[in-house]
Design a protein around this ligand. Structure first.
Ligand SMILES: NC(=O)c1ccc[n+]([C@@H]2O[C@H](COP(=O)([O-])OP(=O)(O)OC[C@H]3O[C@@H](n4cnc5c(N)ncnc54)[C@H](OP(=O)(O)O)[C@@H]3O)[C@@H](O)[C@H]2O)c1
Length: 400
């Protein structure tokens, strides 16, 4: 079986570089099914060896944050790659699948162009998360939304993954719902690492700002006073993932009903986001108010015994366990790379009311929250929609 031909768009950025490391990780695990045939970046990077740009970026971060940043090494199997232009015809000539790690403005133009040319696009950007025909996928939670791609008229299909904050807590919500717990509301407080901001953090002005213990660096949302972009995403993207709504119109109607104190299809989620001086990993305090009394022991059991759906469990990027549960708060040193960085560690679960539990989750923003999740979506797509790959995935399923 020939490997699929894969493009990484935005390969030199924070998320893109981790997509390159994922390629190496899959090869080391002997679970490889793709060859990276095309890599793109911004206009000033075109024509340069991928390794040179990658190492330059990592060195700049290690210099800017010497106390917390260790430059990551370049995957040597990709030494032959040179950064190419973002020309949709060229991309379609060299690749059939693309992982998009582009800013949303750039993604908005190129992603549909690629789909029209038959390239299947797995996007980390927010550009099309609210397109009603595009699944917003966290494979363990809503793998059953994948058939939505059949509504897309283009020969190439587009699939998005949610923002990294949502990716870090929505599986917890799903796990409780799986065992029949009804959730009344969620209060989220995040402490997000620097890498979530992308390579802009190497800018000297940003470096100066990042000497504070905690700060907020998202744009305020014009249409939602008191809410920033990240708070908006982590309050509303979960609604589409949980299947409570499918379109922006339904979202607007739900928000309006909430504001008027009327019943709404939305799960009430309030979010406060912060940035902290950590290299990787988002720590999130998740307060869950249940409709009925729920206790710490029960929550620990639900998370420890949570089974990943069999449609997803055998995919090369899926971890063995979705959750690890710790007594105290999760630790960056010990827990961030659990399950290859695809597991979520939940700890310090406390009773803060008969109906309310408080817990801390730690997730890897680039892996569970970005390009590794995109690759997991690609694997799900291959296993369900591409006949040629049935046997490969069937074998993985048998060998589990
Ligand atoms: N960082 C995270 O934790 C994270 C998590 C989830 C989702 N995301 C999403 O992933 C996307 C990338 O984020 P990031 O943090 O990796 O950003 P980043 O570090 O700023 O990387 C941006 C990438 O896009 C390229 N680029 C910039 N302008 C371009 C243009 N005009 N044409 C083509 N390529 C261009 C850059 O190339 P150069 O090297 O040439 O500048 C770089 O490769 C964003 O949509 C973000 O919201 C990020």
């Amino acid at each position: 079986m020939e490997p699929i031909r894969l493009a990484i768009l935005g390969a030199t950025g924070m998320a893109g570089r981790d997509a390159l490391r994922h390629q190496q990780w899959l090869s080391e695990k002997e679970r490889q099914y793709a060859e990276i045939t095309y890599v793109t970046a911004g206009p000033t990077s075109v024509g340069r060896p991928l390794r040179a740009r990658y190492e330059e970026r990592e060195a700049a971060l290690a210099k800017a944050y010497p106390d917390i940043w260790e430059a990551q090494s370049f995957p040597s199997s990709l030494d032959h790659l040179t950064i190419q232009e973002m020309d949709p015809d060229q991309i379609a000539m060299h690749a059939d699948y693309a992982i998009s790690a582009l800013d949303s403005e750039v993604a908005r133009t190129i992603e549909p162009e690629l789909a029209r040319r038959g390239v299947h696009v797995f996007s980390n950007s927010s550009a099309y998360r609210w397109d009603p025909q595009v699944p917003l996928l966290v494979p363990e939670v809503n793998y059953n939304h994948l058939p939505l791609v059949k509504k897309q008229e283009t020969s190439g299909k587009r699939i998005c993954n949610p923002n990294c904050t949502t990716a870090g807590f929505i599986p917890i919500v799903w796990a409780f719902r799986q065992v029949g717990c009804t959730i009344a509301s969620i209060n989220l407080t995040t402490f997000q690492s620097l890498s979530g901001k992308g390579d802009a953090i190497a800018d000297p002005e940003y470096v100066a700002r990042a000497s504070s213990p905690v700060w907020v660096d998202w744009k305020p949302r014009d249409d939602r006073p008191g809410m920033n972009e990240e708070e908006w995403k982590s309050s509303y993207e979960p609604q589409k993932i949980l299947g409570r709504i499918g379109t922006m119109e339904e979202l607007d109607a739900g928000i309006r009903a909430q504001e008027l104190g009327q019943s709404s299809s939305l799960l009430p989620i309030s979010s406060r986001t912060h940035r902290i001086r950590q290299s990787y990993g988002h720590l999130e305090r998740v307060d869950i108010q249940f409709k009925s009394a729920t206790f710490v022991d029960e929550a620990i059991r639900v998370l420890r015994e949570c089974k990943i759906p069999e449609e997803v469990a055998f995919l090369p990027t899926t971890p063995t366990w979705l959750f690890y549960v710790t007594k105290g708060k999760p630790s960056y040193e010990k827990n961030l790379l659990a399950g290859g960085g695809m597991s979520i560690t939940v700890g310090d679960i406390q009773q803060v009311g008969e109906h309310t539990l408080r817990m801390w989750s730690l997730s890897h923003n680039l892996r569970r929250g970005a390009t590794w999740a995109g690759r997991q979506g690609l694997e799900l797509f291959l296993s369900q929609h591409v006949d040629d790959w049935n046997e490969f995935f069937h074998r993985l399923r048998q060998n589990r």
